[in-house]
Design a protein around this ligand. Structure first.
Ligand code: DQA
Length: 161
């Protein structure tokens, strides 16, 4: 039906890369004790407060191709993409190309401050195609990213979404 697309709820895509399913137990001194489910639930609550019509569609995958498939499928119609590419940050040109191809704002998030860690973590192949990178603020970084993207949408449309 012609109106189906127009009636569908607007959404943000939130993507988590490899090993982030282990949050809560994975190197807690670096990544903290908050689980991925808790992070996603907080983002759903935050979006509901700021923009009640906006859904949060979250996916974690350990597979580059699964993330790319989801970016191709849900990226173009998303209001924006929040992504913690995890280790893919440092070398996945395929992920970068997929994000660049969709043409919606991308915010890169890292729980830890990658710039104070091992040298191989300092470089991000994603950062040049992102609006910005947030690193070192733990789970709050995802919240900053969601807040930023929703505020941008509200400014662009001058209406509440
Ligand atoms: C990370 C940092 C990456 O270097 C690492 O490979 C991760 C998590 C972060 O959130 O701090 O898996 O993206």
């Amino acid at each position: 039906m012609a109106n189906d697309a127009a009636n569908r709820a607007p959404y943000l895509l939130v993507l988590h890369g490899p090993n982030l399913n282990l949050l809560g137990t994975r190197e807690p001194a670096i990544y903290g004790r908050t689980t991925l489910a808790e992070i996603d639930a907080a983002l759903v609550r935050l979006a509901a407060q700021i923009a009640p019509r906006v859904e949060v569609r979250a996916l974690q995958s350990n597979y580059e191709g699964a993330l790319i498939d989801r970016i191709q499928q849900d990226g173009p119609a998303a209001l924006g993409i929040v992504i913690n590419p995890a280790a893919f940050t440092h070398y996945s040109i395929a992920l970068r190309d997929a994000l660049a191809a969709v043409g919606v704002p991308v915010v890169e998030v890292h729980l830890s401050n990658i710039h104070t860690r091992e040298e191989f973590r300092h470089h991000s192949v994603i950062a040049p195609i992102a609006v910005g990178q947030i690193a070192g603020f733990g789970p709050s970084g995802y919240e900053f990213a969601v807040r930023y993207l929703l505020e941008q949408v509200q400014e662009r449309t001058s209406t509440a979404v």
